[in-house]
Design a binder for this molecule. Structure first.
Ligand code: GLY
Ligand code: MN
Ligand code: MN
Length: 488
């Protein structure tokens, strides 16, 4: 929890006069009495909390949203709640800095309550002087009753949290999600007289694994995030000629996608990778300060995060000129074949790693056929080998949801070695990256980096590609570009 007032830089503080403080609180229209509707997510959040309740009977569970993060001095990054808090409360964009969800053991289950700073009356200095909470600074925030209606949960003022957390700690075990808010973690540690890191880690793992299987609302949100992302990719394609002409075209691309992400949703779900030519061989190229050149490929890895905070994670690699060269097409087709092998392997009952194994088997075979791999494909694919990883060092799949790398604290046996189940959403994203400095690679392939990434939902008998609105086949990609340029 942060202090309720942002640190004020002394050299900028202008004292408020008595006349002002008396005057500022008068003659405002009263707040409306109509309570907001419950958020659509709340049809599912009670069931999610039930699952937490069943895992930790008789224990108090403390899940902070987290506070603002300072960008510099008195300027913060845009607020985003911890994903575990968002998952169990249903709250999305902007909500709720410094709030804490407490699940109190009652009878055989739990009663949940959101503790937060409700808006202060206009007679309170917060109204005009708090740049973090004040209505003058950040707009009208919720009352206790309004937050309660939105989240379909009881609410209480944050000032009563310490008492609620510290009650009966001699007999009630308390667990806190440690990584969400250092101040709340310290409060819980003080109340129970110890850090209890191990028991808190169990909670962190459980909350992460709880999100491995998506409920129908989450699946619908991820589908919508993919739709919005496809719109952003189309807008980027329409702008390619202008991005070439503008110089620093990677930034132009990032900006165009960012416009659509902010317009359709909350933000980008992660920093956009807009990488032209050899930049595409740097896996996390987010500097995005290069030119776009006809003749090169643009690798665009981007996703829209909706107001509900669910994000897509999609990559397309497209020819800036609208047409693949023969060398680019050869590598592209290999990556596409690898991706299709990964998608074909994705079905309930198989291990998650089967997706990766299927994809890299194709990559190793292609590298071998091209005479690049110094050993056989089989040797490279063995545990003692791995030479092919020089050209694809990353994994093929990760879970996707509220976080782009969702469920990151899940145990290995439930993640990479875990078995795919209906309702899981994962990416399939093989690539081949030939750096311009790689002496083992033929000249015509150097400086080519290609990744194709789609988001898939595991169904009862296979998988559904949520991002299928975007073409993958190279001919379809060229036709898509031609169509968009014809329309714009
Ligand atoms: N965009 C990050 C990833 O694909 O995992
Ligand atoms: Mn990904
Ligand atoms: Mn990605």
């Amino acid at each position: 929890m942060s202090s309720d007032q942002q640190p004020v830089l002394p050299n900028r503080q202008i004292p408020f006069s008595k006349a002002f403080t008396e005057f500022i609180s008068t003659d405002w229209a009263p707040y409306g009495e109509q309570l907001p509707d419950p958020l659509p997510s709340t049809a599912h959040t009670a069931a999610r909390r039930e699952m937490v309740s069943a895992m930790f009977p008789g224990e108090r569970i403390v899940i902070p949203a987290g506070g603002y993060r300072v960008r510099s001095n008195d300027t913060d990054f845009r607020y985003r709640a911890h994903s575990a808090f968002a998952h169990l409360t249903g709250l999305g964009t902007d909500r709720e800095p410094d709030a804490v969800l407490v699940m109190e053991p009652v009878g055989g289950g739990h009663e949940a309550c959101i503790y937060f700073s409700p808006r202060a009356p206009r007679t309170d200095p917060e109204f005009y002087s708090s740049s973090r909470y004040g209505e003058m600074w950040v707009g009208q925030r919720e009352s206790l009753a309004e937050m309660s209606a939105m989240a379909a949960l009881p609410t209480a003022p944050i000032g009563s949290l310490a008492e609620a957390v510290g009650r009966d700690t001699g007999t009630v075990r308390v667990r806190v999600l440690r990584d969400a808010d250092a101040d709340i973690t310290a409060m819980v540690d003080a109340a129970r007289g110890e850090a209890s890191v191990e028991c808190d880690t169990e909670l962190q793992v459980a909350l992460s694994e709880l999100r491995l299987v998506k409920d129908p609302y989450e699946l619908e949100q991820l589908r919508a995030a993919c739709r919005a992302t496809a719109t952003g990719f189309e807008a980027v394609v329409a702008e390619l000629p202008r991005a070439v002409a503008a110089g620093r075209g990677e930034r132009w691309v990032e900006g165009v996608f960012g416009l659509h992400a902010r317009h359709a949703g909350n933000a980008v779900g992660y920093d956009t990778i807009a990488a032209c030519g050899d930049h595409a061989t740097t896996l996390h190229w987010i500097r995005n300060d290069g030119d776009l050149r006809n003749g090169d490929l643009l690798l665009l890895d981007a996703g829209v995060e909706l107001d509900s905070l669910y994000t897509a994670d999609v990559t397309r690699t497209v020819p800036v000129s609208g047409t693949f060269t023969a060398a680019q097409r050869k590598v592209y087709e290999a990556v596409l074949e690898a991706q299709q092998a990964g998608i074909d392997a994705a079905r309930p009952g198989v291990k998650m790693r089967a997706i990766h194994d299927a994809a890299v088997a194709v990559i190793a075979r292609k590298l071998s056929e091209w005479g690049i791999l110094p050993v056989s494909a089989e040797e490279s694919l063995s545990d003692e080998g791995g030479q092919h990883r020089r050209w694809m060092v990353h994994g093929t799949s990760h879970h996707l949801g509220l976080d782009v790398h969702d469920c990151a604290q899940a145990r290995q046996e439930n993640y990479r070695e875990g078995v795919l189940a209906e309702g899981m959403v994962v990416t399939v994203e093989p690539g081949i990256y030939f750096k311009s400095t790689d002496l083992l690679v033929p000249d015509e392939l150097r400086g080519i980096g290609i990744r194709i990434e789609d988001d898939i939902a595991i169904t009862a008998d296979g998988c559904d590609i949520l991002s299928s609105a975007l073409p993958r086949d190279p001919d379809a990609v060229e036709a898509w570009i031609t169509r968009i340029w014809g329309e714009s």
